[in-house]
Design a protein around this ligand. Structure first.
Ligand SMILES: Cc1cc2nc3c(=O)[nH]c(=O)nc-3n(C[C@H](O)[C@H](O)[C@H](O)COP(=O)(O)OP(=O)(O)OC[C@H]3O[C@@H](n4cnc5c(N)ncnc54)[C@H](O)[C@@H]3O)c2cc1C
Length: 471
């Protein structure tokens, strides 16, 4: 067996994903050096918005980290929909207590994971930007704050450097036929709005669905809310702004019309939406996620739109999958179980998951901005919830499969498509409210041998990994 203490990994990027992976690898006795382009206090990617974590991602983190996140985050059990007519309705995220989101400020998540990585013995080198990668040696070319450059070698190079990954771009440039990349913007952008909403229900994600756009207020532990507008953006130049909102007057008219119940609580909205350009939302896909002895993890591999709130959850699942596979291969480089075979295995599994999540996330935009306000959609969701309550072995709702299970995203997507087609057939031409019980009985009878649900035994990957490593 190789001497594990001399095995070394270089991670590029000390964002949440780089730090989470550093901790997992340190616990296997691997020497970990993390190189981060920003300074120690720059807070990673610089985004300020909240992230929602679900059991899929949380269960891939060490128990102590999870505990700290629960202490600092807000637990959300439902969506709270503010309809156009002033009515308010709620939609639970799932069917039991474990089905909730933990809403956490990005900076808190970042600091918690960085502290954990340092405590586990990872070395983090700030103000070192990766500018090139040699996947065969493997080695990275780093540039420090004074502009000096130098190569650093390791047994494995991991790109955790986010959506604009220089590791991914270096590989794709040097080996264009061996790693393909697609980059897209969607029409929607996002902007943070300051909103005083302290008296609102802090246990739900507040949504104002308004056709092609929506407002979202996400509670924090201290009863403040992080509020964002998602809306199509116009113009590619410096003057880029939300469609139809080029001026402060246009903004105040828009908010008074679309969000009359909260417009008085947005004291700075004209400034929020006109002084700063909206952030664009990107989808970056690539395959495979590795080349020789370099591998991509997190947003470096898959940047998805945030409408399922799963980007970082998927990324933590990447880290658990990679660490577990490396632990199994023990970094052996001789014949038998070489790192590149391990990386190919990681790639095969995670590319399918990443591409499915990109698709699921884009489709959820329609749900958040439009469908949650539609009576037909709500009737269908109520029918699905009842079907799950009565026949949990037959059907699990898509949201539950995606957010709260370990079923791979691609399996969840396939199973849900099959289920939707089957349910559409039974529902055709019927009133979903009046005939709900009859539809459910007929569906259960027709599909008594099918399973549109969780596997009986969840895949052992993250759980086995956790128990091996302890906390
Ligand atoms: C508006 C919005 C809302 C979101 N909401 C959610 C949510 O609710 N739930 C969820 O699960 N996900 C959400 N996401 C996705 C989530 O933000 C990402 O999945 C997550 O940040 C990925 O982490 P990362 O560490 O891979 O990348 P990043 O957070 O981008 O970190 C990358 C790090 O690498 C460093 N770096 C970059 N280039 C170099 C270089 N050349 N050399 C050295 N260092 C470098 C950067 O400085 C940074 O520290 C959201 C995304 C957006 C845009």
């Amino acid at each position: 067996m190789p001497d594990r203490t001399t095995r070394s990994v270089v991670i590029i990027g000390a964002g949440p994903v780089g730090c989470a992976l550093a901790t997992l690898l340190r616990r296997q006795g691997v020497a970990v050096d993390v190189y981060e382009r920003g300074g120690e206090s720059s807070g990673g990617s610089g985004h300020s918005f909240n992230l929602t974590l679900t059991s899929r991602g949380l269960d891939c983190l060490p128990r102590s980290v999870k505990r700290r996140l629960y202490l600092q985050g807000a637990v959300l059990t439902k969506r709270i929909i503010h309809h156009r007519d002033g009515a308010i309705s709620t939609q639970p995220y799932g069917t039991d207590d474990a089905h909730h989101l933990v809403s956490i400020p990005r900076g808190v998540l970042q600091d918690t994971l960085r502290d954990q990585a340092l405590r586990a013995g990872a070395r983090i080198h700030y103000e070192h930007a990766c500018v090139d990668v040699d996947t065969a040696r493997p080695a990275v070319l780093l540039r420090d704050r004074d502009g000096a450059t130098g190569w650093v070698e390791a047994d494995l190079v991991v790109g955790c450097d986010g959506a604009n990954s220089s590791v991914r771009e270096a590989i794709a440039t040097a080996h264009p036929t061996e790693l393909w990349v697609t980059r897209d913007h969607i029409a929607h952008g996002h902007a943070e709005i300051t909103m005083d909403y302290a008296d609102a229900d802090p246990t739900g994600m507040h949504l104002w669905p308004r056709g092609d756009h929506f407002l979202q207020a996400q509670p924090n532990r201290d009863r403040t809310f992080t509020t964002s507008l998602f809306k199509p953006v116009e113009g590619e130049s410096r003057e880029r702004h939300f469609a139809e909102l080029p001026s402060p007057d246009a903004v105040s008219d828009y908010c008074a019309t679309e969000f009359p119940d909260v417009v008085d609580r947005m004291a700075e909205v004209e400034h929020d939406l006109t002084d700063r350009r909206p952030g664009r939302l990107r989808i970056i896909s690539c395959a495979p996620y590795h080349h020789r002895r370099a591998v991509l993890v997190g947003d470096a591999a898959h940047a998805v739109v945030p409408f399922f709130g799963q980007g970082v959850n998927c990324s933590f699942e990447d880290t658990a999958a990679l660490a577990a596979l490396l632990a199994r291969s023990r970094f052996a480089s001789a014949a038998g179980d070489p790192v590149d075979v391990t990386l190919a295995e990681y790639s095969a599994v995670r590319v399918r998951a990443g591409h499915a999540l990109a698709d699921l996330s884009l489709r959820n935009l329609e749900e958040l901005s439009e469908q949650v306000d539609s009576s037909t959609f709500l009737a269908r969701r109520a029918l699905e919830r009842r079907l799950h309550e009565l026949h949990p072995d037959l059907f699990t709702p898509l949201y539950q499969l995606v957010a709260f299970s370990t079923t791979s995203y691609d399996t969840a997507q396939r199973v849900h498509q099959e289920f939707s087609t089957a349910l559409d057939r039974v529902c055709a031409g019927r009133d979903l409210r009046l005939e709900r019980d009859a539809i459910i009985a007929e569906f259960a009878e027709r599909h008594s041998r099918d399973r549109f649900t969780l596997p009986r035994r969840p895949p052992p990957r993250p759980a086995r990994h956790r128990s091996r490593l302890g906390d």
